[in-house]
Design a binder for this molecule. Structure first.
Ligand code: TTP
Ligand code: MG
Length: 606
């Protein structure tokens, strides 16, 4: 089993990533074994021709006394060679076939693992709480889902078969040597412990280097993603030059990390070559002497010389394989690290009886972000089912934070939030978020048509329902004049909508859901007064069916609410109807006076 410890960045660190991967991807084990088998057959067939060469030389040199003669029971040299040729053809066919099968199996295995892991990691990422996502650059997660998964695929496709080949090589050639002469085996294999020791040493040196490479990739991807997202700001502030330098720096860090790793792994090849040369020279010289003395046959001598070549030269690839291995390991660690991230806000297991009434209660709620101080200090609030309540207050007062708790994007540090009398922590997502229609302060439209965007929360809605929702959100008029109307594409690479238009699409999306609780965070801040009045009217109509909680800066938006809660510094300072609050002459009254341009009663008398 893998051990999971928390790294300094808060991400889970996997101690034995590849072992953990093995115990995790159970369904690929059968395919893995089949691929190993195919590679083994392929390797045996691959070594066979060298042995056949030796046997053929032996036939020519020794004739009737050759191994082939005793093995096949054929006396004529011509017939023996014909037999060898036939065997060679069979071996060649087996070699080609097994190579094909092995390639297909390894490729299929790596693609399958890649696909499964990517989908699984993405799914896990989307279940991680919002706070987790907000706490790190989006590009980092993207790098794991993309680059790291690709890197692992490369390792499985190229690295693992190569490792297997090397091991099989050493084993098979070792067997041939051992059968021939123990002394020569020792000489030819002399370099191998050296190479293994060297590999281990290099591996230890390379590991931290590749961890650095992977995190440099993540930084780079994060920076690029952030810059592309903020391209308008970069242009507006003519920061292109500065940003180019910044990207150059991050990219440079990646390059340096890679270079350091390559420098180390490249130094390995010459070392292996020296070791190989020693082994090869020994076989050539001492094997030759043994053949001259008649200790070994000429045929065997030639086999041994060929074999040393075959044994040792592929070991130069060990460096490359090691490189792939280390990269694959580092990537696997990052993918599994993501998969091991605990879901801090898991759904409960209670469901609400439908239809959900929509009573929202907030009891003594304290909340904050990450390790920061509390931003809400003991909020008490009750929104009876079907009523419209407003939350107003200066910027940074904690209004959006409060709404996030109702949708349970975060859990409170103290107190609780109830929907229809049930703690939202106990509810499943369908009961909780399934009964909510939410318009966030910053709107996100998906790449797709207007109709798809409006129907996002209710994918099987009819066109009539979509149009009705658009009407209610006062969006129908502008949609109908767009080229393609409801089928116009928006989002990335689609028509660009104004802020107010986007808000109205988001509002239609929330309304179409016919939610029990409508949660609007500055949902009409970007529309003009006239449009807002139209929206107000339809919201009041929709509000007859559902509970509405609305955050707004423009007080005309909220003056008809059943109750208005004034938030200041994370505390409720005033609450009541518009008329009550104006009469009370507190901060709401002051704000109202400012917004309507009427002289504030108190200050006017001063
Ligand atoms: P908000 O709840 O976002 O304040 P607000 O919605 O009342 O402000 P606005 O009218 O501008 O929309 O923020 C309250 C505090 O919480 C503020 O100090 C910023 C902090 N905060 C975080 O630290 N992390 C977050 O993800 C959010 C949303 C807020
Ligand atoms: Mg806000």
């Amino acid at each position: 089993m893998s051990t999971v410890v928390k790294g300094d960045a808060g991400a889970a660190v996997i101690e034995h990533p590849l072992r953990a991967l093995w115990s995790r991807q159970r369904r690929y084990r059968g395919r893995f074994r089949a691929a190993v088998l195919a590679s083994t057959i392929n390797k045996i067939a691959d070594v066979a021709p060298e042995i056949l060469i030796g046997v053929a030389i032996d036939v020519v040199v020794r004739g009737q006394d050759s191994w082939a003669a005793s093995l096949l029971g054929v006396e004529s040299r011509y017939a023996q060679l014909a037999w060898l040729a036939a065997i060679n053809v069979v071996v060649w066919i087996i070699e080609s076939l097994s190579e094909y099968v092995a390639a297909v199996l390894w490729r299929g295995l790596s693609q399958g693992v890649e696909h499964d892991l990517r989908v699984e990691a993405y799914d896990h990422a989307q279940h991680l709480d919002l706070g987790w996502h907000e706490a790190r650059p989006r590009g980092t997660t993207l790098a794991t889902l993309n680059d790291d998964v690709n890197q692992l695929e490369r390792f499985l496709d190229i690295g693992v078969p190569a490792i297997l080949q090397t091991i099989l090589n050493v084993l098979l050639v070792g067997l041939v040597f051992a059968a021939a002469s123990m002394q020569l085996t020792l000489l030819a294999f002399l370099p191998i412990p050296l190479i293994i020791a060297g590999s281990l040493l290099f591996q230890r040196r390379l590991e931290p280097l590749y961890v650095r490479v992977r995190s440099a990739v993540a930084d780079l991807s994060g920076a690029l993603q952030a810059n592309l997202a903020g391209i308008a700001t970069i242009k507006a502030f003519t920061a292109e030059e500065r940003e180019r330098e910044r990207i150059e720096q991050v990219s440079g860090a990646y390059r340096r990390a890679n270079e350091a790793a390559i420098r180390s792994s490249a130094a390995f090849v010459p070392l292996v070559r020296v070791a190989i040369l020693a082994g090869f020279t020994c076989t050539l010289l001492f094997g030759g002497w043994a053949a001259l003395n008649g200790t070994i046959e000429v045929g065997l001598y030639s086999v041994l010389v060929f074999m040393t070549q075959r044994l040792l030269w592929p070991l130069t690839d060990v460096a490359e394989v090691l490189d792939l291995y280390q990269r694959g390991r580092a990537s696997t660690a990052r993918i599994l690290g993501l998969l091991n991230e605990p879901i801090e806000v898991p759904q409960g297991d209670r469901s609400l009886a439908k239809p959900v009434a929509g009573r929202v209660e907030i009891e003594q709620v304290r909340a904050g972000y990450a390790d920061g101080p509390d931003v809400l200090h003991g909020i008490d609030m009750v929104v009876p089912a079907g009523e419209t309540h407003a939350i107003v207050g200066s910027t940074g007062a904690g209004k959006s934070s409060l709404l996030r708790l109702i949708l349970r994007f975060d859990d409170p540090r103290g107190g609780r939030v109830l929907l229809d009398g049930v703690d939202v922590r106990d509810l499943d997502w369908d009961s909780l978020r399934g009964s909510m229609g939410y318009v966030a302060q910053d709107i996100y439209l998906f790449a797709g048509t207007i109709a798809e965007n409006i129907a996002y929360g209710r994918p099987n809605a009819t066109r009539e329902q979509i149009i009705a929702a658009a009407r209610a959100a006062a969006a129908a008029d502008f949609i109908e004049v767009l080229p393609g109307a409801y089928d116009a594409t928006v989002g990335e690479n689609g028509v660009t909508l104004s802020g107010g238009q986007r808000q109205r699409i988001a509002l239609a999306r929330a309304l179409l859901r016919e939610p029990a609780v409508l949660v609007l965070d500055e949902a009409t801040s970007a529309v003009d007064n006239e449009t807002e009045a139209a929206i107000q009217k339809s919201l009041r109509r929709a509000g007859e069916r559902c509970t509405t909680i609305v955050v707004a800066h423009r007080l005309s938006t909220v003056r008809h609410a059943h109750r208005i809660w004034v938030l200041d510094g994370g505390r409720v300072t005033e609450a009541g109807t518009h008329d009550e609050l104006v009469a009370a002459g507190g901060s709401y009254a002051a704000l109202w006076a400012v917004q309507t341009g009427e002289p504030e009663p108190e200050r006017a008398s001063v």
